[in-house]
Each structure stands twice: as C-alpha cells, then as structure tokens.
Design a protein around this ligand. Sequence first.
Ligand code: HMG
Ligand code: MG
Length: 332
Amino acid sequence: MRKEDSGSGERRSTLRRTPGRPKVLFVALFERAPDCASVYEVSPRDGLQNERATVPIHDKLRLIEALAQAGLQRIEITSFVSPRWIPQLADADEVAAHAVAPPGVTFSALCPNAVGLKRAKAAGMREVAVFASVSETHNKKNVNKTVEATLAACAQVAGEAQAGGMRVRAYVSTAWGCPYEGDVDVKRVVAIAKKFVEMGCYQVSLGDTIGVGTPRQTERILRAIAGEIASDRIAMHMHDTRGTALANVLVGLEMGIRDFDASVGGLGGCPYAPGAAGNLATEDLVFMLQGMGVKTGIDLERLVEAGRVAESVVGRLLPGKVHQAGVRSLKA
Ligand code: HMG
Ligand code: MG
C-alpha cells in the first residue's frame, strides 16, 4: 500500500503485480460512502410545476400519499409562488391544507417572498424553502428581481418563518451553469450558499438546474464549499437532463454529502430554464444507494408504485430508468 495522488487529493491505492503482466493500479473507491443518506422528494413541486396541464388536486394528494407510503420522510409538496407565474401550483393553499403528513414525515414548500410566507403559514406549513440563482439572467427570469434583491426577500422570509417556529431550507440554482449565461463563478455559488446559512437556513441545496454538471466540476464546487460550510448543511439537487446526475451524486457521496433531492419517475424541471427537464429520478437514486449499502429508509418497491401513480397523474411515460426497467435484478 502506498499513497498516490489521483489528481483530486490523496487517496489510498494498491499496486499489485501479477508475474508477466503489467502493473495494475487499484484506487480505493467508496471508502467514504456513508451508511445512510437522506432523500428529499421534489416531484409534487419541481415535477408538477413543469407539466403542461394542471393536475387536479385529488391527484396531487394521491401522489403525495404514495410518496409518504414509500418511506420518503421529506417531501416538497407545492410552491407558494405567484399563480400567474406558475399556474400549475395555483392550488398550493388547498394542497397544503389537505395533505396529511404521517408521523415522521415533513412537508416543505417553495416560498419566494412575504406574500408566499403568509399563505404558507395560513395553510399550516412547518417548513418552507427559499431560492436564488447564481446567475443574474436566470434569477431575473425566474423571480423578476436581481440576485441581491432576491436574497433580501429570502432573508425576510427566513427571519419571519424562523420567528414563527418554521424551518427554512434554501436552493442555490444554476450552480453548475446557467441556460442564459453559461458558466458561473464557483465563488459566487459559495457566497450565496453562505448567505443562506447566515440567514439560518438549516440546509442549502445546490441546484444543477439544467443538468449540465460533470463529476470533476462537482468536485470543484464541493471542494470550494467544504472550506466554508459543513457538509451536513449541504444537499445536492441534480437534474438529469444529460444523464450525469448519478455520477455527480457519487462524487458528492465521496465528499461527505448525505442529502440528495430527487423526483419520482424523473418528473420535473424549471419552467424558466429552457432544457431543465428531468430531475434525477428518486428510484434511480435509491436503487444506486441501496445497491451500495447506503440505507435510505425507503421501500424501493413501494417507491416504484409511487412512480406509477406519478405516471398516471400526468398521463405520460416518465423517463426514470428504474421506473421503466423495474427493480427485479435486486431480487435475483
Ligand atoms: P412579480 O410579478 O414581480 O411580483 O413576481 P410582485 O411582487 O410585483 O407582485 C405582483 C402581484 O403578484 C401582486 O398582486 C402580488 O400580491 C402577487 P396584485 O397586487 O397585482 O394583485 N404576488 C403573489 N401572489 C401569490 N403568491 C406569492 C406572490 N408574490 C407576489 N408568493 C414572484 C415575483 C417572485 C412572485 C414571481 O416571479 C414568482 O412567483 N416566481 C416563481 C417562479 C418559480 O416558481 N419558478 C420555479 C421554481 S425555482 C426552480 O425550479 C429551481 C429549483 O428547483 C432548484 C434548481 O433546480 O436549481 C428550486
Ligand atoms: Mg429543480
């Protein structure tokens, strides 16, 4: 055994020589993979906000119930944003008022401003999520404000929500790239994430809004964050638009991240980010985690059932891999 520099910091490696064969280098992988990880389900919000048709409320409630029954303990059920901007979630007040959280399950909802918070409180929400983008153009198109003004609105929401005993989560959108501006500055990702931590947000979810992230880039972002924010306050919110979401999750696992957002069946996207279709599918995430021995507390078979409910609710085939292929190989 000797130390080798893999290009991403020091890692243990094993150099073995078989007589007559070239040297083979075995890098020790997944040594830091955890025993358990937490999944934050976003399909009723990130998924349904992107559907052309508005799903009737009883179908939304059916989906939320199926997700909770599969063992998901954190579910973002809706959005208290402007109904003019996201008509698909105009029924947020009713959804929040009627959705029943079984013991141990926390519901959250997106909330951009004081108007949204007032609605969330009135509907009995105990947790909200604030959000801002790294890039000015996406932010402006998404919430009609500069990033600075958005952070001020988030601080107001976070302060008032926490004073009222609510928990607050946060998203940093376009952290891997912007559909309008392209590459973004990692320093800005860190600075915005730090602002959310200073506001008292219990967790900051880094969003690859348009699914352009690749593993080395993920390493760079997480390395930059690591010196500033404890890894247990960071989550990853990957869209799988280009098929790299799980590869990025794997990097996150190796670098101490334990919280991952996902959407059943791969439902989802951001309507103000062209090409943002396809959140990482919860079934794909859980399949990989369980296969690696990382416990999630989620029943994969029941999760696949929840994916069927999602499919029937939106009336179209969903893109998730496990959703389409099933989990039979796990039983073999
Ligand atoms: P605005 O038009 O600039 O709002 O929108 P305003 O403050 O000027 O107010 C205009 C009117 O809207 C007023 O009503 C307000 O009361 C009302 P009027 O006086 O004209 O009758 N209003 C509201 N009504 C209900 N609920 C509210 C609310 N706020 C104002 N909360 C606003 C600004 C932020 C409201 C708007 O741009 C908006 O709702 N944007 C949300 C867009 C959105 O939801 N995008 C998708 C979510 S983000 C995402 O998907 C990324 C993520 O998944 C992470 C990732 O992938 O990276 C989170
Ligand atoms: Mg998203």
